[in-house]
Design a protein around this ligand. Sequence first.
Ligand SMILES: [Cu+2]
Length: 104
Amino acid sequence: MLLAACGGNKAPATQSSSPTPSGPAAAVQSNSYHGVGVVKSLNPKGPAIEIDHGDIEGLMPAMQMEFPVTDANLLNGIAVNDRIDFTIENGPSEMKVTAIKKKE
Ligand SMILES: [Cu+2]
């Protein structure tokens, strides 16, 4: 569907420096990643957001793509061309943006 560019859910080979909080529960759960990018379009009906994002270590290289978001409310206060920090949860079947923070 939307995420053909991202190569599905293969586990990354190297994860050495990903800033995962320590804890025993991380093994089979979804992984979360931090990204930085510029908003290209907003789709509150998806809900989804298109981001021109930088390299996301352990997940994907820099690219422009659309991500589903968990809640349309995450898009409130965000506009096209905003620079954002965002969090991606890479679950068993798809990845979703779970948090968005506008950079000042
Ligand atoms: Cu991507």
